[in-house]
Design a protein around this ligand. Structure first.
Ligand code: MSP
Length: 491
């Protein structure tokens, strides 16, 4: 089976997970489930970023040791993923030994090959970004609390790899998507790249992975965190497994962490002579009132509340269909309710009830026998482009195409009026209803990566376990079950 290795960012444990974290993780899970539908073997990695100043400060605030703070926070993420029906293959925490040893091994390697040096540096340090910022960035005023700091630190020779990196990005050997983000990175790379400060003196920050070659320092949190993508799959340890999965097929990220992923990470890999990931995809932000939803702004919606109110599949459907991948989207409960009622309650849910009731009343609850496999619906179904859209990560388009197909089933029912037809030509009516039921089976399967449990419910109503994406596989004669509305309207 073809492997498909995809990753989410690893989330900071300074606070509880919010809708931004939930979005990326649901997106990754949906993509992984679509790859499985295509017959591939997806490996989805997610996890937690547990070192650094933010986490240390959060722990201090809670009066806990950093490790205890992390241990106490981790279940909030794990439980949310369970509640959101996320099927990850592995969950990595950067405090785990399997990670810290690889970080130290990589530091040693890069140090040995001459790409790490010590230097005294004086510059502006952004507390929120946890890094030195340039004069230009300082002038932008976007970096909140800044401090002038003068200290000895270790630097990674990032600049040495600038030309090589530009080439790989320009040629799409390292594909950065959407193209606007590729251009943003290339724009950034038009300026001379500085070297990356990869250490923090313990006197200032204790909570990190100790440098293997200087015990007075810990590793800069981003140099540590990015390595999770290879430490989790056995870099330097389980060569066979690592070789099977690496390079990653895609790193999914939010647009705010583009530079770290498209510049820091690939240059680190170039220094290590490890192949670069195939693709980095940066999605947009969820906004309310044109502002990013974030904990510090206090305008976040808890995914848990949404799930409790509307059910997990409806929330997944909304998040996956409403955001055009790569572009910001605005969250509001009005738009949520509108989308739910029109797409799920009306178009999809009502249709399932209608078709199953007609079969129940006129065909003794058994899927009728078709007289032909040809129909407008069969034609429409064959027009749905799945693989190309999925290769482009256009999940919103796959969903929209499926919804258009579902609407065409509604049109087909209206046009053929099987409730009238059954009185004059029962075979013909049966043929129409078979085609409707088959189209519903395939629609459910096409939406199953987005709504895993509702799709199962619909297949159960249709009395089938058949998951084939080939038209015409529904078995005539199998018993359907009537059920309560699958997507009850929200009033
Ligand atoms: N720990 C780093 C990532 C290290 S990866 C090696 C980090 N963590 S984070 O918890 O702050 O954010 C993780 C992700 O959540 C980012 O991709 C970010 O874009 C995403 N989101 C946070 N708020 C968001 C929205 N309002 N909307 C969509 N996603 C946003 O950064």
């Amino acid at each position: 089976m073809q492997k498909y290795y995809l990753t989410t960012p690893i989330y900071y444990v300074n606070d509880k997970p919010h809708i931004g974290h939930a979005y990326t993780t649901i997106l990754a899970d949906t993509i992984a489930r679509y790859r499985a539908l295509l017959g591939e073997d997806p490996m989805l990695l997610t996890g937690l970023d547990e070192h650094g100043l933010k986490v240390q400060q959060a722990a201090e605030k809670n009066g806990k040791s950093p490790k205890n703070h992390c241990d106490d926070m981790a279940p909030a993420f794990v439980n949310l993923w369970e509640k959101l029906n996320i099927k990850y293959s592995d969950f990595i925490r950067t405090t785990e030994e399997r990670h810290t040893t690889v970080v130290q091994k990589i530091l040693d390697e890069v140090h040995k090959n001459g790409d790490i040096y010590i230097d005294e540096y004086e510059g502006w340090y952004s507390v929120s970004e946890e890094r030195f910022i340039t004069e230009k960035e300082l002038d932008s005023g976007e970096f909140g609390q800044v401090r002038k700091i003068k200290e000895k630190n270790y630097f990674f020779k990032m600049s040495k790899y600038q030309t090589q990196l530009i080439k790989k990005i320009k040629s799409d050997e390292l594909l950065i998507q959407p193209v606007s983000r590729k251009n943003e990175v290339l724009g950034f790379l038009r300026n001379e790249l500085s070297d990356l400060c990869i250490s923090r003196p313990k006197s200032r920050l204790e909570w990190g992975i100790e440098l293997p070659f200087d015990k007075d320092y810990v590793t800069y949190v981003w140099f540590d965190a990015l390595i999770n993508y290879v430490s989790a799959i056995g870099a330097f340890k389980n060569t066979k497994y690592f070789k099977k999965l690496w390079p990653a097929d895609v790193h999914l990220i939010g647009k705010d962490i583009l530079t770290t992923h498209s510049v820091y990470w690939p240059t680190m890999l170039l220094s290590l002579k490890i192949p670069l990931p195939k693709r980095i995809f940066a999605h947009g932000w969820w906004l309310t009132d044109n502002e990013k939803m974030s904990k510090s702004l206090g305008n976040v919606v808890s995914p848990l509340l949404l799930v409790d109110d509307f059910g997990v599949d409806a929330v997944r459907y909304y998040l996956m269909s409403e955001m055009v991948l790569g572009i910001d989207a605005t969250f509001s409960s009005e738009s949520f309710e509108k989308k739910y009622n029109s797409d799920l309650a009306n178009d999809f849910g009502n249709l399932v009830s209608r078709v199953s009731t007609l079969i129940n009343n006129n065909f003794d609850s058994k899927i009728p026998t078709p007289s032909t496999m040809e129909s407008d619906l069969a034609k429409n179904y064959k027009k749905i482009i799945l693989k190309d859209k999925l290769d482009n990560l256009e999940i919103d388009k796959v969903i929209n195409n499926t919804m258009t197909f579902i609407r065409s089933i509604n049109v087909f029912v209206e046009k053929n009026e099987p409730w009238k037809l059954v009185k004059v030509d029962k075979n013909k009516a049966g043929n129409i209803l078979f085609h409707c039921a088959e189209a519903l089976r395939l629609s459910s399967i096409l939406l199953s990566p987005v709504m895993p449990s509702k799709s199962e419910d619909i297949l159960q109503i249709l009395g089938t376990k058949e998951k084939s994406l080939v038209w015409g596989k529904l078995k005539p004669g199998s018993s359907i079950t009537l059920s309560k509305p699958i997507f009850p309207r929200i009033n």
